[in-house]
Design a binder for this molecule. Sequence first.
Ligand code: NAP
Length: 277
Amino acid sequence: MSKTVLITGASSGIGKASAQYFAAKGWNVIASMRTPEKETELVDNNHIFVTRLDVQHPETIELAIQQGITRFGKIDVVVNNAGYGQYGVFEAVTPEQVQEQFDVNVFGVMNTIRAILPHFRERKQGMIINISSGAGRFTLPLISLYNASKFALEGFSEALSFELAALNIGVKIVEPGGTTTNFIKVSEEKISLKPLPEYDRFINAAYQMFGKLKDMRLATAEEVAEVIYNATTDGTDTLRYLFGNDDFKKRVNNRLTMSDQDYVNSVKESYLPFMSA
Ligand code: NAP
């Protein structure tokens, strides 16, 4: 019997590529998204079930899971992929935007896991793959809220992996570096335009620092999908799967090997030279 994966945020980017990748490997795929009525590329067929799931609305998660089980008999794996980056200086972001960042990137993942666990417990097996980010491992200027949400996701996932291992349910974290998807566009749309001129020098310096990174090779969504598939099927209990370019790997490595203060100083050194008086 084919295995079944439920993927959140399958309308674009890494989620959509993963839906296509698992389907090509013969899996049944519950491709869940907020607006399935707009979906044109993933077509409902014997192996793909396109359905509504908004991680901010737990009743849609319950329904997608029930309908998926009805359609395919069981769910083996859940990929918590839905997410976005609330970028910009913290003070310019409204409390509602802070809440939404956590509602999607953290509480949405928790809602989905809470909804699938009874099924996994009943079947005495299951696998949860949480899509984190380099932003779950190292900090950068202008992304404090995205950092906060992915750091929370990392801590939650790591600790959860202990208690669920006892039930034969795996938890894994996939950490992509920069990937060509709608992510940057969505993040840029969500940047607050509230004018706070005192931050202008810092923001300009940070943008110049990021500008120096713009020629770095980005991963494709298909490459990340392959990492997710391999993490799902490699038969190990490896917790973290990093995937990105050399700069990305160096940053993660620096975070692990440098002292806290040395790491923070190295980030400051990358934008402070651009802070003209
Ligand atoms: P993307 O193309 O913008 O896709 C994000 C997906 O999340 C979309 O399907 C979006 O649905 C969905 N989503 C947003 N809010 C949702 C909600 N409330 N309920 C359900 N779905 C929701 O970006 P992506 O790069 O593929 O992002 C996927 C994951 O990878 C995210 O967790 C992101 O943090 C992570 N990541 C991305 C990168 C990168 O550089 N791209 C790097 C590291 C990690 P709609 O179409 O309805 O908006």
